[in-house]
Design a protein around this ligand. Structure first.
Ligand code: AMP
Ligand code: MG
Length: 391
């Protein structure tokens, strides 16, 4: 059985780059830029007043200027102001060409159209956002690999950009196995449980902007193999839930292999999620997740999440990691690294109650996974442990 870090190395080694595509900026939230964006205009595009006040050409020997014009924001006239003249101006207004300074109205007095300057701190250039001070035309506005968060979308809009080249999102097909499973909303008979992995995994993918398709399979070899064939024909990633262990009703591994997928790893020395499968057929990835819900979600965050981020070329493909002191002792059987559902305030980390591989309540409260070393038997309060922050 391979270790967590060996398995994660195989994820890195077998990641494949996503192709770029052009989409509208308005639809680009959370996509990753596939190329550098060059500023088509300087920002700001003209010398802009930062305050409400008066613009003039500052003469330190003169504290009085004649007000000759008023320039509201959006005024596109070309205005000339002579020495000893001033223009009433507002936040965002264009500063006239031969004005070098704006004074805040709070530091002025006006009598009969005559402006009196009363600001000992005023300097030439004061209160003007000069053309291109944020970014010059032709400079790199945002670089390839940037995740388009709300600020990035806003920044590109200030540049007048309407389309962006981003990495294509993978088409994901989720196949749910398990004869015991019943859809929420249906009647539950004794011996059946509600099916939760499809909604949970769909939600996890949707946080990455990806809308998977979902199919439900009966536990038999033919149905499983055929569903995998179909999914491989229609998707870039095939995610199976359940049926990957060694029980008599586990048909997933054989179904994957019968489809010509090469196995890259099966079984990882970890808890939960030991029977995790990862394979590829050309550039299509296949993950066989254990059916236990908390195990499936742990495997999603530790292996599928980085696999997708690597395809976008993200430097931080895996969950963000920190080393933090443990707030209480942990005991474990040595042999497998354990991912514990945990909370952290970024000063210490606390494992939660309810660490079984089927327990989702603790996961719902967790903001981190705490990874214990495989060989440890006891980890003492205060010792530093690896903490993986959940997105
Ligand atoms: P399996 O990996 O198929 O052996 O399933 C392991 C455990 O997870 C069993 O108790 C299953 O009933 C449960 N399980 C499997 N798939 C799901 C699912 N989609 N939703 C909820 N529980 C599941
Ligand atoms: Mg099953």
């Amino acid at each position: 059985m391979i270790s967590v870090s060996e398995a994660q190395q195989l994820i890195i080694k077998h990641s494949s780059a996503s192709k770029p595509t052009t989409i509208a900026l308005k639809d680009a939230l959370n996509y990753v830029l596939a190329e550098d964006i060059t500023a088509p205009i300087p920002i700001p595009p003209f010398n802009q007043s930062a305050v409400d006040g008066y613009a003039f050409c500052f003469n330190t020997n003169n504290n009085s200027y004649t007000i000759v014009d008023e320039i509201p924001a959006g005024d596109t006239r070309k205005i000339d102001i002579n020495a000893n003249e001033a223009a009433r101006i507002f936040t965002g207004s264009k500063v006239p060409k031969n004005c070098d300074t704006v004074i805040m109205q709070e530091f002025t007095k006006v009598e009969n159209n005559q402006l009196f300057v009363d600001d000992n701190n005023l300097k030439t250039g004061g209160n003007i956002r000069t053309k291109g001070y944020q970014i010059k035309q032709g400079d790199t506005a945002l670089s390839k690999g940037t995740v388009l968060n709300p600020a990035a979308i806003g920044f590109l809009a200030t540049l007048g950009i309407t389309e962006v080249s981003v990495f294509t999102l993978p088409k994901v097909s989720i196949l749910i196995t398990g004869n015991e499973l019943v859809a929420p909303g249906e009647k539950l008979d004794e011996g059946q449980i509600y099916e939760s992995n499809s909604l949970m995994l769909k939600a996890a993918f949707e946080k990455m902007n990806i809308s998977p398709t979902i199919s439900y399979l009966k536990d038999n070899q033919e149905a499983t193999t055929n569903a995998i064939t179909n999914a491989l024909n229609n998707a870039d990633m095939v995610i199976l839930s359940g049926g990957i262990s060694v029980g008599d009703y586990d048909f997933v591994q054989q179904g994957i292999l019968e489809n010509g997928v090469s196995q890259l790893f099966y079984k990882v020395a970890q808890k939960p999620g030991k029977p995790l499968f990862f394979g590829k057929k050309e550039n299509k990835a296949v993950f066989g997740l254990p059916g236990n819900p908390a195990a499936a979600l742990t495997c999603f965050y530790e292996y599928i999440y980085p696999y997708i981020n690597l395809s976008f070329g993200l430097k931080q493909a895996f969950l963000n990691q920190l080393q933090l002191p443990l707030s209480k002792d942990i005991k474990q059987k040595p042999g497998r690294a354990t991912f514990l559902k945990a909370t952290t305030d970024f000063k210490t980390v606390t494992p939660l109650e309810g660490q079984n591989s089927d327990a989702l309540q603790s996961f719902a409260y967790a903001n981190a996974l705490l990874l214990t070393p495989a060989d440890a038997t006891i980890i003492k309060k205060g010792e530093l442990v690896n903490v993986h922050l959940l997105p």
